[in-house]
Ligand binder design. Structure first.
Ligand code: SDX
Length: 460
């Protein structure tokens, strides 16, 4: 067994606040340096552990492992704090707009008025899709899930922007970042329009980013379309709340794909694929389905109990988080936004009442309290998006549109990190030891001694 002790050695020049591990099998001890960030937990730097000791570490799901260093976002899961470049998410959601948050995540500072205007205009210059790319949609069934379309079309962008791309060039990286941020609303809206069999509206430069998304999603070519400022503001806030979140599964996927030097559009497509899962960005769609299944307040207790049954795969979607062991600050803003949007639109959505009742019951249930399971960003977002007119199948597309700036900001940051290398995790091998090849005429029987069945390729 390995024992790790934090160094409390007298002040010396070596490893004074580091760690020493002792291999109880051999009695050998090894010093490991510590790393401390501006905020957050202390880390044991194990990057030299294997070369020094031949020992690997094991951490499925990376619950205790930092895969990189970053300056973009910080989460304090115990305090329910989320900072983007030091600015709290609730302050950004209340005072900023999505384009300003994109600039902040990409470049580290809030933009001056001139910088904001230049950035807005540069994004507007890249909202159109190549006519050949638009033909990709016709290859999908109209009933295809929009996230499948997003993975395909965004991945196909790499075929349009690859030959001349030099990702070691800062201007090329900036162009790729702006391009993908600009095109995501168009690609997402077209996935929705395609599912309806409707024509693809052009992005319009007189609109803001969120207004454009609104009109491309909901305009009808036979009528003038009037932007509802409340809806546009609600969408903008939704995009801010989804913009970035440290090393979540999809961002880690983009980083891992990008670590090999892959095309950034292909990397973002890999992030979209990861986000689609119901344990991650697909949870917002799953929350609405769950609320529909629960149906009414009188059934809540039954489902809260189901969620606690270890033999029942049912989980309370929109609850729990790997990092937040307190309330997800985005869920707080989302819930307030929910009330605002429904009130302004004059919508009484029984799903909101149901969700709030479910939240109250769950938050007072010992199982959820003990496991520190609180509502996360996905718990209320679906109710807002439903009120804004988005079909359930488009909820994760909206998440992907918002998160693209986070993905591409981390991709950019990784490429200039002097410590970045191609990601290549190791494993704990439990498979067969070396064994001789079995000729075809010898297969199909069970080895009496080991019970190994050549026919089934395993123990029967
Ligand atoms: C997002 O990482 C990010 O930052 C993600 C995200 C982002 O912005 O990028 O915040 C977005 O993905 C939010 C999460 C959306 N997913 C859901 O709402 C799906 C439901 N939640 C869970 O599946 C779960 O909580 C996760 C996936 C979010 C977190 O899983 P973990 O950290 O691996 O925790 P776990 O599965 O090990 O659960 C710990 C315990 C388990 O019980 P025990 O085995 O210890 O007895 O808590 C239980 C779980 O069974 N548990 C739940 C539960 N979530 C965890 N039980 C019932 N309902 C739940 N929702």
């Amino acid at each position: 067994m390995l024992v790790i002790e934090a160094q409390n050695m007298a002040k010396s020049d070596s490893n004074e606040d580091g760690f020493t591990i002792t291999d109880n099998k051999t009695g050998k001890s090894y010093d490991l340096p510590s790393r401390t960030g501006r905020m957050g937990n202390r880390l044991i730097d194990i990057s030299k552990l294997y070369p020094q000791t031949g020992i690997l570490t094991y951490d499925p799901g990376f619950s205790s492992t930092a895969a990189c260093k970053s300056s973009i976002t910080h989460i304090d899961g115990n305090k329910g704090v989320l900072l983007h470049r030091g600015y709290a998410i609730d302050e950004l959601a209340m005072n900023s707009d999505y384009m300003e948050v994109c600039y902040l995540l990409l470049y580290g500072e809030l933009p001056t008025p001139e910088q904001k205007e230049d950035f807005d205009n540069d994004i507007k210059n890249h909202t159109l899709l190549h006519e050949q790319l638009i033909r990709f949609y016709s290859g999908f069934m109209r009933s295809a899930h929009p996230m499948a379309v997003m993975v395909g079309v965004v991945g196909a962008l790499s075929a349009f922007y690859h030959d001349q791309m030099d990702i070691t060039d800062i201007d090329e990286r900036r162009l790729a970042a702006h391009r993908i941020i600009a095109k995501m609303p168009t690609i997402g809206a077209y996935a929705y329009k395609y599912s309806l069999g409707m024509a693809f509206p052009m992005p319009r430069n007189q609109y803001t980013y969120s207004e454009n998304l609104l009109q491309m999603m909901f305009s009808n070519p036979a009528e003038d379309y009037e932007i509802n400022p409340v809806l546009a503001r609600a969408i903008d806030r939704l995009l801010i709340l989804h913009a970035d979140h440290e090393q979540n599964a999809s961002t880690s996927t983009v980083r891992l794909a990008g670590s090999s030097g892959a095309n950034p559009y292909a990397c973002v497509a890999s992030g979209i694929a990861s986000l689609w899962g119901p344990a991650h960005g697909g949870a917002n769609e799953a929350v609405l389905k769950m609320l529909g299944e629960i149906g009414s307040v009188k059934n809540i207790q039954k489902y809260v109990k189901k969620a606690q049954d270890p033999d029942d795969p049912f989980r309370l979607m929109g609850f729990g988080h790997r990092v937040y062991k307190s309330y997800d600050p985005r869920a707080t803003v989302m819930r307030e936004s929910c009330h605002e949007v429904l009130q302004v639109l004059g919508i009484k959505d029984p799903k909101l009442e149901l969700a709030m009742e479910l939240e109250q019951i769950a938050l007072n249930d010992p199982y959820f309290v003990d496991k520190k399971l609180y509502p996360n960003v996905d718990f209320y977002s679906g109710i807002i998006m439903s009120a804004l007119g988005f079909p359930t199948s488009m909820f994760t597309v909206m998440f992907a549109i918002g998160r693209t700036v986070g993905w591409i900001s981390h991709w950019k940051e990784m490429l200039v990190d002097d410590e970045h290398r191609i990601g290549r995790p190791r494993q704990l091998y439990l498979g067969e030891e070396k064994r001789p090849y079995v000729p075809m005429d010898k297969r199909g029987h069970t080895d009496k001694k080991t019970g190994w069945s050549w026919l089934w390729g395993g123990k029967r």
